[in-house]
Design a protein around this ligand. Structure first.
Ligand code: NAP
Length: 501
């Protein structure tokens, strides 16, 4: 069996101790072992700070952007292999795996484009200079400079390629070295990406490291110039936030956690209209793509009481055409959940939601693999606003009026969507739900090839308040701020002007 190693301190190193076995979730066949026991994490962080950081910071933005383009090209060259690994180790259908790998490549390319506008600078000038006193000489100017530590990226299991690339692209563009830790259960894709990049020596030494296996003491080794971007469950996020050194050194942290994303169908939308069909399509895609293991997937489906029966029967009809099985078979539309524990969490979560199953079943499949059917819950209890079931599960809720107030009960989410052409309704719901979200998706049938609310685009921010972790990533150039220190220069105008070049 393959032993996955970590890439730390500029070399491949094997951990010791009892390894975790990575499986094919469709067959439960063991694929690889991973262990991080005994690895020198302190040394790895030091190497990144001492070698990777200075090498990156010596380059202007445009040249760092060229490195991102080279990373994207290298991944594109092995796209098929990465997709195969996503199918085998992630339980992804081919289309799910493409979504992950192409999203990764696209994000690297987008940040490479952004670098062109930033050009020959090594830091950012923030806004206009300000005259501070009566003398025109007394001048202030904000600038943002790269932090001098390591950007540690701890990722969730569901997007091993995209999760790696969307964080790494931004940090590397700023000039911070990255130590990425993929979730262990699906680490084979990120591991292969690291192999590709290391083989081709695309990045300066120390600019990119990969820790495969449990995080061990990683978080406790971070200092004040390091940053930590975490994606995963709210519980782990809370544990990381409360680590002693994180509090003592005010370590900058970004948390992307749980989310009870909602889709609201306006009462003005007639069944069978294009808007109605788009809404159904987006709900079914979010329930089944990656077997619902998307942080942005629609979990709560809100429709006016007068059409709820029609929506229910249409969703049931569409869900019954979804073939669930081993994604290695081309006609399968939904694969298994990623691990046995994800499956048992999903089953327990459905029970916790209460209500009735309008579609689907919690019964085990008669063969190996971590499979479930899609599940549509009707008349759920209040837990629907409190508990995220991370699987192909959504709940149908009726509203009389004010759906925005129901959506807001989720207490913070990544994205919610509205399908309506009633301008007054749209304005009301947008204003009601916007403070609780990082993104609001306004579905419209005239948008060609609309990806739906579940696709995170690098141009727009990703994150959300409250339950969603309070973080924010991406958003084009906005994403750079997390990895930079904003500092106000205050002094003589000619001196500052000269410093800025
Ligand atoms: P998880 O169990 O919290 O794990 C996430 C990552 O944290 C993994 O890499 C894990 O490593 C690591 N980890 C676990 N304990 C840690 C600790 N004490 N210190 C440092 N790192 C630790 O979450 P998951 O099961 O992979 O992901 C599912 C959850 O992620 C869902 O709740 C979903 O909503 C959320 N999610 C959110 C987003 C978003 O963008 N907001 C995106 C995707 C997923 P090991 O794998 O080695 O345990």
């Amino acid at each position: 069996m393959i032993q996955l190693r970590s890439y730390l301190g500029g070399q491949w190193v094997a951990g010791n101790g009892s390894p975790q076995t990575l499986l094919n979730p469709a067959t439960e066949e063991p694929l690889a072992n991973a262990s991080s026991g005994g690895l020198d994490l302190r040394g790895a962080l030091e190497h990144a700070r001492a070698r990777g950081g200075p090498a990156l910071r010596a380059l202007p933005f445009a040249e760092r952007g060229a490195l991102l383009k080279a990373m994207a090209d290298a991944m594109q060259g092995e796209r098929d292999r990465l997709i195969e690994l996503g199918i085998a180790n992630g339980g992804n259908t081919r289309s799910d795996a493409k979504f992950d790998v192409d999203g990764a490549i696209g994000t690297l390319l987008e940040y490479s484009e952004i670098s062109k506008a930033l050009g020959a600078r090594k830091f950012l000038v923030d806004g206009e200079g300000i005259q501070l006193g009566r003398s025109a000489r007394f001048h202030g100017q904000h600038i943002s400079v790269p932090r001098q530590g390591v950007a540690v990226h701890i990722n969730a299991f569901n997007f091993p390629a995209w999760g790696f690339a969307e964080k790494a692209a931004v940090a590397l563009l700023v000039g911070m070295p990255v130590l990425a830790k993929p979730a262990t259960s699906s680490a084979m894709v990120a591991h292969r990406i690291m192999e590709i990049l290391a083989e081709k020596k695309i990045l300066p030494e120390g600019a990119l490291s990969l820790l495969v296996g449990s995080p061990g003491e990683l978080v406790s080794l971070l200092g004040a110039q390091d940053v930590l971007a975490f994606t995963g469950s709210g519980d782990t996020g809370a544990r990381i936030r409360s680590a002693k050194n994180v509090i003592e050194h005010s370590i900058r942290i970004n948390v992307e956690a749980d989310s009870l994303n909602a889709a609201v169908l306006g009462a003005d939308v007639e069944p069978r209209s294009d808007m109605y069909e788009l809404f159904l399509k987006d709900v079914v895609r979010d329930m089944t793509q990656k077997a619902g293991q998307k942080c942005t997937a629609i979990r709560r489906v809100l429709v006016s009481r007068k059409v709820i029966d029609e929506v229910k029967s249409d969703l049931i009809e569409l869900l019954s055409t979804v073939k669930v099985g081993n994604p290695a078979d081309e006609d399968v539309r939904m694969g298994p959940l990623a691990t046995a524990s994800q499956l048992s969490d999903a089953r327990e979560g459905v029970a916790r939601l209460g209500g009735k199953l309008a579609f689907g079943s919690l019964s085990p499949f008669p063969h190996k693999g971590f499979f479930t059917t899609p599940v549509l819950v009707e008349s759920p209890g209040d837990a629907v606003h409190e508990h995220e079931v991370f699987g192909p599960v959504a709940s149908l809720l009726a509203y009389e009026s004010d759906p925005g107030r129901i959506v807001a009960k989720g207490n913070g989410g990544l994205v919610s969507s509205i399908y309506s052409e009633d301008q007054g309704f749209l304005e009301q719901v947008v204003m009601d739900i916007a403070p609780y979200h990082g993104r609001v998706f306004l579905g419209h049938p005239k948008i060609e090839l609309s990806p739906g609310p579940g696709t995170v685009l690098p141009q727009l921010v990703h994150g959300g308040p409250g339950r969603a972790g309070g973080g924010e990533e991406l958003g084009g150039p906005r994403g750079l701020a997390f990895y930079m220190q904003r500092v106000a220069l205050e002094g003589s105008r000619p001196v500052i002007t000269k410093l800025l070049g």
